[in-house]
Design a protein around this ligand. Structure first.
Ligand code: OGA
Ligand code: MN
Length: 290
C-alpha cells in the first residue's frame, strides 16, 4: 500500500506519508480513516494540495459539509472551501476566527450531527503564533480515575455559541449577543459521549456553558478542570505549521485551538469539513417542551 502512518505521541497524532497521486486510492483512504480513529489528528507534511485536490480528497473521505465561501462576514473566495483568516479585506466579521483562540470543537452549537472531521491546508503562515493545538478527549476520559468517571457519567451540559464568544469581550455588545443567538442553537449534550464504536469521550470547549442540575459556578469549575485535564501535554499535540501542510482531525474526539496570531499577518487556512453521522444532543428548547 502507498501510505505509512507514523505515530507522533503515545495518545495522539500521526504523520501520514503518502504521495498525493495516491491520496484518493481506496486502500489509502481506508487507512487514513482508521488512523483518524486511532490517532485523532493526522499531519500530511508539505503535501501542497490545491483546492481541487483537497475537495477531491474530502469528497472521497466522506460527505462534505457545504459552506459558502468564507467565515461569516467574509467576502470573495470560492464557494467550496471555508477561508480561515483574520485578514480584514477578506473577513469583515472576525469573531468566529478569534473564537478559535480558545479550546473548542467545531459545530457543537448547531442542531445537526456533530461534524466528523475538519481538514485544513496551510496556504500562508503567520510569522509568530498560529500553531494549532489538539487535545484528545478520548484519552482524557479513559485516563480519569474511576470515581471521577462515575461522578460525571450522567451529566448533561448546555452549549451556547455566545459562551464561546465571551472571551473576546469585556462587555459583549447586545447586537453581537443577538447575532450569536440567532445563528446558533442552545444545545444540550452529554458530558461523556458514548460513541457508536463503543469508545467514550468528553464533550468540552468554551461553548460548554452550564452543567444541568449544578449551580453555574460549580458547573463551570468542573468544566474548566476537565478542560485542563484534557489539555495536559500527554494528551495533546501542538502543530507548528509549514506552508503546504494538510492536517485532518477527528472533531468527535478532540478539542482544538490556535495560538493567537496577528490579524494582518496574512495567515490563511483553507478548510473543508466532513459531516458526522451521530446526533450527539438535542436543542434545549425541544427538551424543555417535552
Ligand atoms: C477551525 C479552527 C484553527 C486554526 O478552522 O475550526 O479552529 O488553526 N482553526 O486556524
Ligand atoms: Mn475550529
Amino acid at each position: 500500500m502507498n501510505v505509512t502512518i507514523e505515530p507522533i505521541k503515545e495518545h495522539i497524532g500521526a504523520i501520514v506519508h503518502v504521495d498525493k497521486e495516491h491520496l484518493c486510492d481506496d486502500d489509502v483512504v481506508q487507512a487514513i480513516r482508521d488512523a483518524l480513529e486511532d490517532r485523532g489528528v493526522l499531519v500530511f507534511p508539505k503535501i501542497n494540495l490545491t483546492d481541487e485536490e483537497q475537495l477531491a480528497f474530502t469528497d472521497k473521505f466522506g460527505e462534505r459539509v457545504k459552506f459558502t465561501g468564507t467565515v461569516p462576514g467574509g467576502e470573495g473566495g470560492g464557494d467550496e472551501l471555508y477561508k480561515i483568516t483574520l485578514d480584514k479585506k477578506i473577513n469583515k466579521e472576525p469573531d468566529y476566527v478569534l473564537g478559535t483562540y480558545f479550546w473548542h470543537m467545531d459545530g457543537v452549537t448547531i442542531d445537526q450531527p456533530l461534524p466528523k472531521a475538519t481538514m485544513l491546508s496551510a496556504r500562508a503562515l503567520s510569522p509568530t503564533g498560529g500553531q494549532t493545538e489538539f487535545a484528545s478527549t478520548f484519552a482524557a476520559y479513559e485516563n480519569l480515575p474511576e470515581d471521577q468517571k462515575k461522578a460525571i457519567e450522567d451529566l448533561k451540559v448546555i452549549h451556547r455559541m455566545e459562551a464561546s464568544m465571551r472571551p473576546l469581550y469585556v462587555d459583549m455588545p447586545e447586537e453581537r449577543l443577538e447575532r450569536y443567538r440567532s445563528m446558533a442553537t442552545w444545545m444540550v449534550h452529554p458530558l461523556v459521549w458514548s460513541q457508536k464504536g463503543g469508545r467514550k469521550s468528553l464533550v468540552l470547549g468554551t461553548h460548554a456553558d452550564e452543567v444541568i442540575g449544578m449551580p453555574v459556578p460549580e458547573g463551570r469549575a468542573l468544566l474548566a478542570k476537565l478542560t485542563e485535564w484534557a489539555a495536559q501535554p500527554d494528551f495533546s499535540y501542538s502543530h507548528d505549521w509549514q506552508e503546504g501542510d494538510f492536517v485532518v482531525w477527528n472533531n468527535c474526539g478532540l478539542m482544538h485551538r490556535v495560538v493567537p496570531y496577528e490579524a494582518d499577518c496574512g495567515r490563511m487556512m483553507h478548510r473543508t469539513t466532513i459531516m458526522g453521522t451521530e446526533r450527539l444532543g438535542r436543542p434545549l428548547k425541544e427538551l424543555e417542551a417535552a
